[in-house]
Design a protein around this ligand. Structure first.
Ligand SMILES: [Zn+2]
Length: 142
């Protein structure tokens, strides 16, 4: 029998400032599209990283969640907490800091540490921007 594949998730929170502004649009187009989000403001973000892997019969775990937490801290959290996402974060340079783009950028940051995931595979990044809005990224492209 194949080993059951299980998805496990760790969540972290960070506070950060940003504004939504596209260099491809004029000032008035940006204001019309993004409304008040075109102005500098902040969020208490939550981000979740889900990895998938077989349950190790010796430990009963896919991987140690403390190790996943440490990867998230070093790859993302330390770089974004209490920062202006539009100015202070090198890996977001030139990125429109929508939750969609944060999820993609966080995916790439975590992916760079694949070797520290104990054989588990990155499955989903969720970025929760507000109680009403969140985005998921599964690494797909078209
Ligand atoms: Zn915002």
């Amino acid at each position: 029998m194949n080993a059951p594949l299980v998805q496990i998730t760790h969540c972290q929170e960070f506070a950060a400032a940003h504004r939504l502004h596209s260099p491809k649009l004029s000032g008035s187009e940006n204001a019309a599209l993004y409304g008040p989000c075109n102005n500098l403001h902040g969020h208490n973000y939550r981000f979740e990283v889900t990895v998938e892997g077989p349950v190790d019969p010796a430990t009963g775990m896919v991987m140690n969640l403390n190790d996943l937490a440490e990867v998230m801290r070093t790859a993302v959290w330390q770089k974004v907490d209490h920062k202006n996402l539009c100015q202070d974060v090198p890996f977001l340079n030139g990125v429109i800091t929508t939750a969609e783009n944060l999820a993609i950028a966080f995916w790439n940051q975590i992916s760079a540490h694949q070797a520290r995931l104990d054989g588990a595979k990155l499955h989903r990044i969720r970025v929760v921007e507000s109680p009403d809005n969140f985005v998921d990224y599964f690494g797909g492209a078209q």
